[in-house]
Each structure stands twice: as structure tokens, then as C-alpha cells.
Design a binder for this molecule. Structure first.
Ligand SMILES: Nc1nc2c(ncn2[C@@H]2O[C@H](COP(=O)(O)O[C@H]3[C@@H](O)[C@H](n4cnc5c(=O)[nH]c(N)nc54)O[C@@H]3COP(=O)(O)O)[C@@H](O)[C@H]2O)c(=O)[nH]1
Length: 886
């Protein structure tokens, strides 16, 4: 099979063309069959004709000999009679003849003697009653007119005047004793006897004995009436007579042809014609021809059947070859078959395109050597020549004895996988697969295995490897290695509010900035969400690491542009040093992480070096987180309630709910200790919800509808579902939204002002009141006051407690109160511990006060008593300040 690029498209015309040789073969076989039959029939007919001619000729020859013998016998008789007459003319008599001579008895019509004058002298039939003159008869005249010649005359048949029967006259001269002409002795013979031999033969045909002047001497039935007549011989018959036979069409009875055999008698003017009918021959020939036609027909049907099968088979073969071609053409691999001589009987277009082979190279019957030479010219093997190509270039095709798989990189970067399968008869089948994409994917996978997919920085695996190398180098060089663990300070809000895509863009930009700080020997890695690690190699003293940390902090300080949204994030950094803080990667990373945790705890933008005690603290924290989780599940938490009072009347105006934890072993733990753990661990969400539900439920039991204040961490705001959670709790508990005050700190606003504003607005839409807690401790509190829809601001206790001693604090509190009034905000003073402070606040017309002076945080029961007392035991009693026991 030969397949090349221009042969690939299957077409019906090609299918037809493909079967033409088979059709030709069938036609040829049919032609041969029919020609053979025709030839054989012709030959047979000719044979039969020849046989008939030979038979006719033989019969005529036999007849001629028989006639000749008969004539000879008659002549002998005549000579005998003549001799008898010559010896004794006077005593001559024909009696001895008539006395019986068997031979002549039947044959002879008459034996007569004619005198010299032509008068009948005697006859074996007896003396004629009247004198008979036969001088006019030819058989007499011929003898008398040629006196010098002694010959036997054979006449044409004549009707005997004496015998009155048709007879042929045989005459000889009679000589007198002196030798003179003495008449003629005549033997009249029934012509039948001339041809009696023929009569006995069982043949279809006739016999004609023609004498002088074409007169019919003897005509075998049914031609008796022809005796003596002139035979009408056609020119063909005369010409045929010369050759011994001729063919007479339409001469036979029934209009058939006749083969006529001729023979002339040697010494007599007689000619024997034996005609054999061609009808039996033609009938036999027709039978033969019919049989042959039948056989020919049968063979033709057989050949046509076989031909149809052959064509069908060929058609299927062509179709399957076309299918194979289609399959070969439609596979993604290039395919080439090279025979043991280097010829290429099969290839597909993909082979040509993958190798970039020009069409001219593949025209005709391409050769593998030519292709390899072309490839070498094109510098195709710059990336390494394969052994088969080398062998081919050397002029012979390498006979690969076992299957081989190898790769080649083309100059354009295409990577080809070449699979070579040797063929039993020599040569090989090769497939070429473009594995460029696969190789790139593998490269990418390899890269991904060592790098962070988002930022392209080293991942944990590569980090560990590089850190190991850096430690080994430092060990040899007597230097140190610094591991800097980074955690972005405000990454989570970016992720939560702006979405993960923005978060990803931020991480990519952070990575780019960090890269600019790293030397070639350093490693920058991303090991988790917003956790980065810098491995600083060849550190000579800890300050080198501190300097790098400073530069990192400075590098990450400018805002990041996230598609127009400017975001500022800081970073906390923990540093561990090799070999002082650890001599293996794991320890170093762990300690740097511990230092980071400490840095984060110390406030944003902080850098901490690892210290030995840190780990223990971290363990403690982990323990606390574990215990807090248990506490949430086992009801170890409770709420304390601290009332808020109107400065003017000292009546209870609201109650703040504060969470308490009675630790099973450590006793009462302050919220300042476990709330940060809850925030960092995520436990703040269930804890916050629990506080909210309990506070709302408790508020419904109070004798009067005091507002209940609940502290919410910034982490709860970042959750995203806070408004829904608050709405659910209000609905479940049945507390009117207007009785709930949510206290937020400035930290919330600093972290993510826009996000916080959105949540606060949503809460406000529900009717919930918002109080800004610890006011005065933040950075830009005045701006927030204008921007956020607060209902209340709570002056931080540090200002309240400094009122007595610090005029500055007094001025600030005064300013806050003035601002609250101008912004129509209720103002609460926190941490009122002394009467003096309280009176001060009263003088300044502060709205509300809270503090140990007025009431410490207390149990729900105690609060209930307080509130009942405050209301005079009646729910509608005026609010009266009561001092809770410390
Ligand atoms: N997210 C939540 N935070 C809460 C929750 N409960 C409490 N907290 C916060 O914990 C911090 C400490 O709270 P706590 O130990 O309960 O202290 C409160 C009062 O006991 C204390 N206070 C009140 N009056 C005085 C005083 O006269 N002197 C003095 N030294 N301390 C006093 O102040 C705390 C209440 O302050 P504030 O919240 O600002 O009104 C604290 O920051 C709580 O917010 C909670 O459930 N969730």
C-alpha cells in the first residue's frame, strides 16, 4: 500500500478506478473464454468439414476404383470376346455369354456385336426381330471413326433401342483375322453396377458419375431422372473439381449444403462426384456449438460471479484502505513506514507537517535518506541527532531490532516523541507525536511543585530545600541564616470585602515587592494565604535581619492599587536565626512563626525576634483556645451586667453585658485574656452570638425596658453575616431592635472603614443603636464621628480617670462632649470610679456615666434586684441609681 499526502482523500471515482483492473481482468477472462470457444468451434467445424471432405474424397476415390475395376472387368470381357471373334469370326457366337457368366449376368443389360456397317449383328438378348442400325450411335461411330486406335469407349447413358433400358455402352473394336475393322463389340451396363459399392454405404448424400461432355452416367437416387443429361456444374464446382472437392451450398435436400468429392478415372473420361450432405455435420456442429455456448455461458456466469466477488472484495479492500488512510490521516501523530531499502511506502500529512517537510521532498516515491539529508541541511538535529537518522545519513537505514522511543527537539522548540517499531521484513514504522504541550505542562507541574501557583514564589517544599542549602552554606562559612516569617496585617478584610480576586492581586503585588528586596542567594516563599517567608543567607549579625525586616515593612507600607481601589496593609514579622534559634529547617520555621505570633500580638507592623520563652507562651495560648472551645460547649461562660446611669438623675439608663469565663482550674479569666484568643481562633463568632442571645434574653426579663449594650469584636464585623445574625437573634428572642446597643471600637473603623460602615448601616436600618466604645484611643476619631451614624460615644476610661489630675484630659472630655452635642450624639463616660469624677462629668453635662463608682459588673440576679430597687419594685417606677456591691 502506498499512501501519501495527495492520496489521502477518498473519492468514489478513485474507488471505481481501483476496481477497473478487476473489471478488466473479468472482461479479459470472458474474452478469452469466448475466443477459445469461438476458436474451438471454428476449428471443430473446420475439422468436421475437413473430415466430411476427406470422407467425400475417399468415397469418391473408392467409387472411382470400384468403377475402374468394373470397367477393367468389362474391358477384359470385351477383349476376350473380341479375341474369340478374331479367331473365329464365322463361328463366333454370344451364346457362351448368355450361357451364364455370373459376373455379367446381373450387370449387363446387353452384350452385342455391331457389324462394320453399324447393323446389330448379334446380342445376348437374342437376334433382333428387325434389323437394327446403330451406326449413328456414338459408341459405334467413335470406334469406326478412329480405326487406328484400339481403345475402350465408355459412353454416356443411353436408352437402349433393343433393351429399352438405360445403360452405359462399353465398346471395343472387333478386328477381322486380317486386322481390318470388323465392327464393334458392345457391352451395355446398367449404370447401377458402376456405383454399387457406394450404394451399400450408409451415407447421406449422392453420387454422380459424369462422363464426356458432362453427361451424367450414373446418378444415385434420387437423381435417376438425370441420366444422360448434362451435369450443370458451377464455376466453383469446376474449380473444386480440380482440387478434388468443393462445397455446394443449398445443394442438399432441404436446402442444406453439400460437400462434394471428385475423382477422375485415370484412363476414362469419367468423373466420380460423391456429395455428402452437410446437414448432419451442421447438426453435430450445432450440438457442439450449443454445448460450447452452454459451457461458455456457464463459465461466463462463473467468471462474472467470481468477478463480482472480486470487485466486491476489492471494493471492500479499497474502502478499508481508505478507512485506514482516513484513520492514518486523522490521527494526531505523524506516521511513516520505511522499508528496509529506505523507501517510504506510507506516510501521512501529519508526518510532513510535524517535521516541516516541503511537498517537493515527498513527491513521487520519497526516500528516507533524502529526508534525513534535508533535515541535516536544515539543522534539525542541532539538539541531538538520533541514531537512526545518523545511520540514514550514512546511506543505509538502521534496522532497529527492538522498539525504541526517543525525543527530539526541533529548532522551533517543538518537542517530538518518536516511537519506532521495527518490521519483521526490515525497516520500521515510526510515529511522531508533538509532545510540546505535554512537556510544557510537565515543566509547569514541576514548577508548581516547587513554586506557589499564584505568586510564582518558592513554595514550602522549595523553601525547605533552599533553607537547608543556606544553613549548610552558613555552617561552612561560619555565618548565620535569618528566617523571616511575614503575615499581612489587613489581608483578611481585603479578601472578605473586596473578594478573593482582589486578595489574589494583593498577594501578587506583595510578592513582587518582596522579590525586589531579596538577593540572589535569598529565598522568598509563600507558604499560606498571606504568610510569606524570607530566607536571608550569609547573615553576619542579627541586625542584618532586623534591617531586612525594616526594609520589608517599609516596602509593604505604601498602598496597593487593586484595580483603582487603594489598599494599605502592613506586615508583622517574626525572625528566627540559624544556628542560635534552631539547626534544622523545621525548628527554624516554627520559631520564626512563634516570633511572628508574638509580633502580631504586639500590634500591627511589629517585628519580633524569637526568644526562648515565646514557645511556652504560644503553647499556653493554644491550651487556652482548646479550653475556650470546651467552655463554649460546656456552659462555663456567663454574662455580667454593668448598668449605665444618667449623669443628671443617677437613674439606670442602660445595661452593658460583659462576658465572663469561670475556668475549671484557673478560676475566673478576664475577657482581655480570652477574647483575643477567641478572635484569633475564630471562636469569637460562636462566642459573640452566644453573648448576643443571652444579653437579649436577659434584657426581656428586666422590670423596665432598659437598653442592653453588647460588645462586638471587629472580627464579628468581618464575618459578613453580622446584620443577619443580629436580626435572627432579635427575632428569636423578641427584643425590640431599638433596645439593643452594639458597642464597637475604633479599631474596627481603622481596619476597614468602608466595610464597617456598610455593616453599621445595615444594623442601623434594623433599628439597632450603635455606640463607639473607648473613644479617644484611636487615630482619627473625629473623622469617624462625622462619617459613621453612631448613636452614642463612650469616652475611654483613661480620659475619665485622668479628669481630676490632667487638665488636658478635662479639655479632651469637654471637647468630646461639645462635639457629641453638636453632632447630636449621646456621650457616656466610662470608668467612673470616684464621686469627684462623676461630679465633674455632671458639671460638664455629660449624658451618661458608667463605672465602679456607680455599679460594677454583676450577675443577672443581682442586676434584677438592682433594677427592681431602682424602679421601686415597680416596673413603671422612676429610674434610681443604686450602688452595686463591688
Ligand atoms: N467582644 C467582646 N468584648 C468584651 C465582652 N465582654 C467584655 N469585653 C471586653 O473585654 C474588655 C474587658 O472587659 P471587662 O473585663 O469586662 O471590663 C469591663 C468593665 O469591668 C470595665 N470597667 C467598667 N467600669 C470600670 C471602672 O470604673 N474601672 C475599671 N478599671 N474598669 C471598669 O471596663 C470594661 C468594659 O469596658 P467597655 O467594654 O469599654 O465598656 C473590654 O474591652 C470589654 O469591651 C464581650 O462579650 N465581647
Amino acid at each position: 500500500m502506498s499512501l501519501s499526502a495527495d492520496q489521502a482523500a477518498p473519492r468514489p471515482r478513485k474507488l471505481l478506478a481501483g476496481t477497473l483492473p478487476d473489471l478488466g481482468l473479468v472482461a479479459l477472462i470472458l474474452a478469452v473464454i469466448w475466443l477459445a470457444i469461438g476458436y474451438r468451434l471454428t476449428q471443430q467445424r473446420d475439422d468436421m468439414l475437413r473430415e466430411t471432405i476427406r470422407t467425400a474424397t475417399n468415397i469418391s476415390a473408392a467409387a472411382e476404383q470400384g468403377i475402374a475395376r468394373t470397367i477393367e472387368a468389362i474391358d477384359q470381357r470385351l477383349l476376350f470376346v473380341r479375341e474369340a471373334y478374331r479367331r473365329d469370326p464365322a463361328g463366333f457366337s454370344l451364346d457362351f455369354i448368355s450361357r451364364g457368366n455370373g459376373y455379367f449376368d446381373g450387370m449387363m443389360v446387353q452384350l452385342a456385336v455391331i457389324g462394320p456397317d453399324g447393323k446389330l449383328l448379334m446380342s445376348n438378348l437374342g437376334r433382333p426381330e428387325q434389323p437394327t442400325d446403330l451406326s449413328d450411335r456414338v459408341h459405334f461411330r467413335v470406334q469406326r471413326e478412329r480405326p487406328d486406335e484400339d481403345f475402350l469407349f465408355v459412353s454416356v447413358p443411353v436408352l437402349g433401342r433393343v433393351s429399352n433400358r438405360w445403360s452405359v455402352q462399353f465398346t471395343r473394336k472387333l478386328y477381322a483375322p486380317d486386322g481390318a475393322f470388323a465392327g464393334v463389340i458392345v457391352c451395355s451396363l446398367d449404370p447401377y453396377w458402376l456405383t454399387q459399392l457406394f450404394e451399400s454405404l450408409d451415407i447421406r448424400g449422392n453420387l454422380l458419375l459424369v462422363g464426356q461432355h458432362d453427361r451424367i452416367v450414373r446418378a444415385e437416387a434420387p437423381s435417376h431422372g438425370l441420366l444422360g443429361r448434362v451435369a450443370q456444374l458451377s464455376p466453383e464446382a469446376r474449380a473444386g473439381a480440380e482440387s478434388g472437392h468443393f462445397h455446394l451450398d443449398g445443394a442438399a435436400d432441404g436446402g442444406g449444403g453439400r460437400i462434394v468429392g471428385f475423382h477422375r478415372l485415370r484412363n476414362h473420361p469419367l468423373m466420380v462426384m460423391v456429395g455428402l450432405d452437410t446437414a448432419p455435420l451442421l447438426a453435430a456442429y450445432a450440438r457442439l456449438r450449443n454445448q460450447a455456448l452452454l459451457v461458455g455461458l456457464g463459465l461466463s456466469v462463473l467468471v462474472l460471479g467470481l468477478g463480482a466477488l472480486l470487485v466486491h472484495h476489492r471494493h471492500r479492500l479499497l474502502l478499508s484502505r481508505q478507512s485506514l488512510r482516513n484513520a492514518i490521516e486523522n490521527i494526531d501523530q505523524g506516521l511513516v513506514m520505511v522499508d528496509r531499502h529506505g523507501a517510504i511506502p506510507v506516510f501521512n500529512r501529519r508526518f510532513a507537517s510535524l517535521l516541516g517537510l516541503p511537498a517537493a521532498l515527498l513527491a513521487g516515491r520519497p526516500h528516507f535518506h533524502a529526508i534525513v539529508r534535508w533535515q541535516i541541511q536544515q539543522n534539525e538535529f542541532a539538539a541531538g541527532i538520533d541514531p537512526t537518522a545518523l545511520a540514514a545519513a550514512a546511506g543505509h537505514v538502521s534496522l532497529e531490532e527492538s522498539p525504541r522511543v526517543y525525543e527530539r527537539i526541533r529548532p522551533d522548540g517543538t518537542v517530538l516523541e518518536i516511537r519506532s517499531q521495527p518490521l519483521a521484513e526490515g525497516g520500521a514504522v515510526r510515529t511522531y507525536t508533538d509532545i510540546t504541550a505535554r512537556r510544557r505542562a510537565e515543566e509547569r507541574v514541576r514548577h508548581l511543585a516547587h513554586h506557589d501557583g499564584l505568586t510564582g514564589l518558592a513554595n514550602r517544599f522549595l523553601l525547605s530545600d533552599r533553607l537547608g542549602q543556606a544553613m549548610a552554606h552558613a555552617s561552612r562559612a561560619g555565618t548565620m541564616v535569618a528566617v523571616l516569617c511575614l503575615d499581612l496585617d489587613r489581608f483578611k478584610p481585603v479578601n472578605d470585602v473586596l473578594g478573593h480576586a482582589a486578595g489574589d492581586r494583593l498577594l501578587v503585588q506583595v510578592a513582587e515587592r518582596l522579590r525586589t528586596l531579596a538577593r540572589s542567594a535569598d529565598t522568598v516563599a509563600r507558604i499560606g494565604g498571606d504568610e510569606f517567608v524570607l530566607v536571608q543567607s550569609a547573615v553576619s549579625q542579627p541586625t542584618d535581619a532586623a534591617e531586612l525586616a525594616r526594609r520589608v515593612t517599609a516596602q509593604l507600607a505604601p498602598p496597593f492599587d487593586l484595580d483603582g481601589q487603594m489598599v494599605t496593609v502592613g506586615t508583622s514579622i517574626g525572625i528566627a536565626l540559624y544556628p542560635t534559634d534552631g539547626v534544622d529547617e523545621e525548628t527554624l520555621l516554627k520559631n520564626a512563626d512563634t516570633a511572628l505570633y508574638r509580633a502580631k500580638g504586639a500590634g500591627r507592623g511589629t517585628t519580633c525576634f524569637f526568644e526562648p520563652g515565646m514557645e511556652a507562651k504560644l503553647r499556653q495560648r493554644s491550651l487556652l483556645e482548646h479550653d475556650l472551645r470546651l467552655a463554649l460547649e460546656s456552659d462555663q461562660l456567663s454574662l455580667a451586667f454593668q448598668p449605665l446611669y444618667a449623669c443628671g438623675t443617677r437613674d439606670v439608663t442602660a445595661v452593658e453585658a460583659l462576658v465572663r469565663w469561670q475556668h475549671p482550674t484557673r478560676g475566673a479569666l478576664p475577657p482581655t485574656e480570652f477574647i483575643p484568643v477567641a478572635e484569633e481562633s475564630g471562636l469569637i463568632q460562636p462566642l459573640g452570638r452566644w453573648v448576643l442571645e443571652r444579653a437579649c434574653t436577659a434584657a426581656l426579663r428586666w422590670p423596665r425596658p432598659y437598653n442592653v449594650a453588647v460588645n462586638l469584636s471587629p472580627a464579628q464585623f468581618r464575618h459578613g453575616r453580622l446584620p443577619e445574625i443580629v436580626a435572627e437573634v432579635l427575632e428569636r428572642t423578641g427584643l425590640p431592635a431599638g433596645r439593643l446597643e452594639i458597642e464597637v471600637t475604633e479599631g474596627l473603623l481603622i481596619d476597614d472603614a468602608d466595610g464597617a460602615l456598610a455593616v453599621i448601616r445595615a444594623l442601623k436600618r434594623q433599628g439597632v443603636r450603635i455606640a463607639l466604645d473607648d473613644f479617644g484611643t484611636g487615630y482619627s476619631s473625629l473623622g469617624y464621628l462625622r462619617r459613621f451614624p453612631f448613636d452614642k460615644i463612650k469616652i475611654d476610661k483613661s480620659f475619665v480617670q485622668a479628669l481630676e489630675a490632667d487638665p488636658g484630659a478635662r479639655a479632651i472630655v469637654d471637647a468630646i462632649l461639645a462635639m457629641g452635642r453638636s453632632l447630636n450624639l449621646q456621650v457616656t463616660a466610662e470608668g467612673v470610679e470616684t464621686e469627684q469624677q462623676f461630679r465633674f462629668l455632671q458639671r460638664l453635662a455629660c449624658d451618661e456615666a458608667q463605672g465602679f463608682l456607680l455599679g460594677r459588673p454583676m450577675t443577672a440576679e443581682r442586676l434584677q434586684e438592682l433594677l427592681l430597687a431602682n424602679s421601686g419594685g415597680r416596673a413603671d417606677a422612676p429610674l434610681t441609681a443604686l450602688h452595686a456591691a463591688p
